[in-house]
Design a protein around this ligand. Structure first.
Ligand SMILES: [Zn+2]
Length: 126
């Protein structure tokens, strides 16, 4: 069962108590009566659907009932951080320290890992 940390209740609770409420940090245009239909469509309807880290609004609907924000990975479903509504978006580099490393180092690491695993796999087969 997935546990989600509610920043208001200050405890992890079952995912069944929460409901996703869409993207976080969507800023309402100050001059909304004056923007074009295309600009309103962009603001109101269109959302990115990235693979990986996203920032979302969640509601502790079967708990305190309050909205909060979360940084979540869409692939692993891991919650990196939850924080109260109105707080600034957390720095991505603090959430994903590996993302700041150059890609070339990742390839070296993967090659080393593959070489280290090969003898174990051969030994396992015998
Ligand atoms: Zn709560």
């Amino acid at each position: 069962m997935l546990l989600i940390y509610c920043p208001y209740c200050e405890e992890e609770r079952s995912e069944l108590e929460f409901r996703n409420a869409g993207d976080a940090h969507i800023v309402r245009p100050a001059n909304i009566a004056e923007i074009s239909d295309e600009e309103f469509e962009e603001y109101f309807f269109l959302r990115d659907n990235p693979k990986g880290l996203i920032f979302e609004r969640w509601r502790h609907i079967h708990g305190c009932g309050r909205f909060f924000n979360a940084a979540r990975d869409t692939v692993s479903d891991r919650f990196y951080k939850t924080y109260k509504a109105g707080e600034p978006k957390p720095d991505i580099s603090t959430l994903l320290p590996a993302a700041a490393e150059p890609v070339a180092q990742d390839h070296k690491l993967q090659e080393q890992t593959a070489q280290e695993q090969t003898p174990q796999e051969e030994g396992f087969a015998k």
